[in-house]
Design a protein around this ligand. Structure first.
Ligand code: UDP
Ligand code: MN
Length: 264
């Protein structure tokens, strides 16, 4: 079915590296659906070209347009990346989409997510009555997009980012169990520290890993000689999976022109 797509976002080349791994992780698990990446003009041409090998690339540029999103952004400059993310609702050529942050890794086929309704997402470990906005099922709609922009302009976001905004807008999420995805669809790296026995017990069923926080996989130190990543033991396993995919599928295909990214 071509009216369904995975969607991610990269506003710079650094997150572009993450997006490339997202796309290859979807291929590796044999997803039947295509992937779209939203980018902004700050992504270099070289990265754009790499992305276009595995994604449909859609450029969004809230700053140059004189539309409602632009006006809202002038009033709420702190929501810059959030506004870029909610552009995903404009992908109305698709009927159903699943948004994935660029810092995630799909480790098992999750195509069943497309059977879910808007807005389905997994709980956030920091506050489980909120959903984590790194993985969510949504229905593209120009109307929802403009209502989101209006809502953001009037109310802002309680955490300054897309997660606060989306949780306030889709506030029925916490009372509708059908929209609560199992945590396995968005296992955030904080959980690796906080509940190791559960990770050990349920780890085989993991579907999507999400490397939240500032320590992104592509910013870790990787030893190309020993082909291993330097990280605490419990994090190492997942980071190694990310790096194995990066070195086998992405790194060896990067241009000379992108040499500065070869050791991110
Ligand atoms: N993002 C981006 N550029 C940025 C920051 C974020 O493109 O400078 C996108 C990217 O897709 C990223 C998502 O927004 O995965 C959410 O940000 P991040 O994953 O850093 O937040 P966290 O999951 O750590 O809260
Ligand atoms: Mn993230």
């Amino acid at each position: 079915m071509t009216n369904r797509a995975w969607v991610t976002l990269a506003t710079n080349d650094s997150y572009g590296l993450g997006a490339l791994v997202v796309a290859h992780s979807l291929r590796r698990v044999g997803s039947a659906y295509p992937a779209v990446v939203l980018i902004t003009p700050s992504v270099t041409d070289a990265m754009r070209e790499r992305l276009s090998a595995v994604f449909e690339v859609v450029t969004v540029d809230v700053l140059d347009s004189q539309d409602a999103a632009h006006l809202a952004l002038l009033q709420r400059p702190e929501l810059g990346i959030t506004f870029t993310k909610i552009h995903c609702w404009n992908l109305t050529q698709y009927e159903k989409c699943v948004f994935l942050d660029a810092d995630i890794l799909v480790v098992q086929n999750c195509d069943e997510l497309f059977e879910r309704e808007e807005l389905s997402a997994a709980p956030d470990v920091g506050w489980p009555d909120c959903f984590n906005s790194g993985v969510f099922v949504f229905t593209p709609s120009a109307d929802t997009f403009s209502r989101l922009i209006k809502f953001a302009q009037e109310r802002g976001s309680f955490d300054g980012g897309d997660q606060g905004l989306l949780n306030s807008f889709f506030s029925d999420w916490s009372s509708d169990n059908n929209k609560r995805l199992p945590f396995l669809y968005n296992v955030t790296s904080a959980a690796f520290y906080s509940y190791l026995p559960a990770l050990k017990h349920f780890g085989q069923n993991l579907k999507i890993i999400h490397f939240i926080g500032p320590a992104k996989p592509w910013l870790q130190h990787y030893n190309f000689e020993s082909q291993s990543v330097d990280a605490p033991e419990h994090l190492k396993g997942f980071l190694q999976v990310w790096w194995n995919l990066f070195t086998s599928q992405v790194h060896n295909q990067l241009d000379e022109a992108m040499g500065n990214l070869e050791q991110p």
